[in-house]
Design a protein around this ligand. Structure first.
Ligand SMILES: [Fe+2]
Length: 289
């Protein structure tokens, strides 16, 4: 029997307040973390949105004791005491795999991790961080390049690693309505419905994840960057790169027919849509006691 494949998550981390405030997205992150622990994952392999390597490079964090960049609007008690657990053996293995595929890839021994990544880890695994491999994006924001990073690391799904991309479905900081958060610390205030461009692009992302699979998923996710509302939904490309990474990790011929689900969704700041997606599942796997 072919080895079973772990699911892959594309999570929209939203604002920093998603760390401190409760939401259905936070509940879903915890549910996914609990399930991963129950299946005894070997570790997490994650790409975020806030660490981008210049020129043609990518980097992986080889910092044995990474600090955490501080976040605004969250009580430090929510994150300062949480210990991150870098998985240096797997990190070095990923560097080798990526290098063999032709990537200009290196380790970074001093990088401190940012909330796009540790917010998700804390929410998924509040009792302790599993061994984690952190990969940067590339600042040229080429969708095919990021997809290839995902496809290169895809075989690790057969070894019970959990691959996660953390970015955003609709994430344009310039078009968010910040006033309720800045004045009242209310990130979920919706004084009006979201604007049409946000609703439309949000639907396009959901359609791609839930109605395509395999190589079609890769094509469709790439094509979203040419969607007429992409630039409205993403003023910069950084929060969409993790979606391409995910499509690479779960967009092989072997993934044809793999279901994608919208597990939860939280709108923030009127126009930011934090959709939480899971592609694939654990159904065919046996729980290891
Ligand atoms: Fe972010």
């Amino acid at each position: 029997m072919a080895p079973s494949l772990t699911p892959v998550h594309f999570f929209s981390h939203g604002s920093t307040m998603m760390l401190g405030e409760e939401s259905t997205s936070a509940d879903y992150w915890k549910e996914c973390g609990d399930e991963a622990l129950a299946r005894n994952i070997k570790g997490v392999i994650i790409m975020g949105a806030h660490w981008d390597t210049l020129n043609d490079g990518i980097q992986l964090s080889t910092n044995p004791n990474p600090g955490k960049s501080p976040v605004a609007y969250v009580h430090p008690g929510k994150y300062t005491s949480y210990t991150l657990t870098p998985d240096l053996p797997t990190t070095n293995r990923c560097i080798s795999l990526l290098s063999a595929e032709g990537f200009n890839v290196s380790g970074n021994e001093t990088f401190d991790w940012i909330h796009d990544v540790y917010l998700i880890l804390i929410r998924m695994f509040p009792s302790g961080c599993p061994p984690t491999t952190l990969i940067s994006a590339n600042a040229r924001y080429d969708p095919h390049f990021h997809m290839k990073i995902g496809s290169t690391l895809r075989p690790l799904r057969k070894e019970n690693y959990l691959i996660i991309g953390t970015g955003g479905a609709v994430h344009n900081l310039y078009r968010n309505r910040w006033a309720p958060m800045l004045r009242f610390r209310d990130n979920f205030a919706m004084e009006t419905p979201p604007e049409d461009w946000a609703l439309e692009f949000r639907q396009a992302v959901e359609d791609v994840v839930t109605k395509t699979s395999g190589v079609q998923l890769r094509r469709a996710m790439t094509r979203l960057m040419k969607h007429p509302r992409f630039r409205d939904a993403h003023a910069t490309d950084d929060h969409f790169m993790a979606a391409l990474f995910v499509a690479g990790a779960v967009g092989d011929e072997e993934d044809v027919g793999t279901p994608g689900v919208l597990g939860a969704e939280s709108w923030e700041l009127t126009n930011m849509c934090n959709s939480q997606f899971t592609l694939g599942g654990w159904e065919k796997r046996e729980i290891v006691a």
